[in-house]
Write a protein that binds this ligand. Structure first.
Ligand code: XMP
Length: 319
């Protein structure tokens, strides 16, 4: 693509001008945005970049292994795999307020990056995959008064005390443009096509208190749901699909026994940029089959709902 080819060169020149011969650390989440950011920076400054992949214990099934393998197999960049799940899950214990969750996670991310930055001689910059919709949505809600809907953990600059300057090469781009740039940079198509995944991860798909038990149930159910979507050839038609675990148990019957287990919500939306979205019109057959599979295969779930709320009035994530 001519436009993206030119953009890539322009970004590389800008990054080199901003960074000079200094060191940068990049917050790699495994999502398309931060991956493109990391690879773009790697092209621009090579070994002056260290990527830090933080496992906050709120990732999807096998996600950490897959992301680390993708980078190890395809790119020769400095990568630190930081397992900080005990730190994050410990801090989130007993927390159920959505904004407190987001702020707790955002603060810990900064602490963790500070810790790794301190280990890298001369690190002066932190690179993030912030996109244009992140920038504007955290400031105002289109059409309405200026209100913060959600505190995105990757927006808003860094506390002064962190002493790192930001590098945000994707700040002017929308998601489809980031994907085009990823293609231009040679990222595997399967990776570019991945649905977005939020920085706070499964925390915001687990309304109410987060427990390891709920996260395990959620991971298994989500993997089955995505498997169903892929098997039916629907993955690329959908902007984002995921399961959420609801903060309640309901009564059911299995065999000749009573169950009292968690309920899940399935969500799938189409969207161009994440700012507005329509719920995806699955067939009843698809929903029935998926619900049956999840309840049969995941211990601890006895009820499945489908979320047919568009955005607005809903948001894409539950928190
Ligand atoms: P909402 O739920 O606000 O989500 O309708 C819009 C899009 O943004 C993603 N999202 C986030 N991404 N950090 C991120 O990197 C966050 O804190 C965050 N919160 C929501 C969400 O998955 C959707 O694609």
């Amino acid at each position: 693509d001519w436009t993206m080819g030119a953009y890539r060169e322009e970004m590389i020149a800008k990054i080199r001008a901003q960074v000079g011969d200094r060191q940068v650390i990049c917050a790699l989440s495994g999502g398309v945005d931060s991956s493109v950011t990391g690879i773009l920076l790697h092209e621009a400054i090579g070994d002056q970049l260290t990527c830090v992949f933080v496992d906050h214990g709120l990732l999807r099934l096998n996600e950490a292994e897959q992301v680390v393998a993708m980078f190890r197999d395809n790119y020769n960049l400095n990568l630190i795999h930081a397992d900080e799940s005990d730190l994050f899950l410990g801090a989130l214990e007993g927390v159920s307020d959505p904004e407190v969750k987001r702020k707790t996670i955002g603060k810990l991310f900064i602490d963790v990056f500070q810790k790794y930055a301190d280990q890298i001689e001369g690190a002066e910059f932190l690179a993030q995959g912030t996109l244009y919709p992140d920038v504007i949505e955290s400031v105002s809600f289109s059409g309405g008064p200026s209100v913060t809907i959600k505190s995105h953990h990757n927006v808003g600059g860094l506390p002064e005390k962190m002493g790192l300057k930001l590098v945000e090469p994707l700040r002017e781009l929308f998601k489809d443009e980031v994907r085009a740039l990823g293609h231009e940079l040679g990222l595997p198509a399967s990776f570019i096509g991945r649905h977005p995944f939020p920085g706070p991860g499964l925390a915001i798909r687990c309304p109410g208190e987060i427990t390891r038990e709920k996260l395990d149930i959620l991971r298994k159910a989500d993997a089955i749901y995505i498997d169903q979507i892929r098997k039916h050839g629907l993955y690329d038609e959908i902007w984002q699909a995921f399961a959420a675990i609801l903060p309640m148990r309901t009564v059911g019957v299995m065999g000749d026994g009573r169950t009292y287990d968690y309920a899940l919500a399935l969500r799938a939306v189409t969207s161009v940029d994440g700012m507005t979205a329509d719920y995806y019109p699955f067939t009843h057959e698809f929903l029935g089959e998926t619900s049956t599979r999840i309840i049969n295969e995941v211990h601890g779930v006895n009820r499945v709902f489908y979320d047919c709320t568009s955005k607005p009035p809903g948001t894409i994530e539950l928190e």
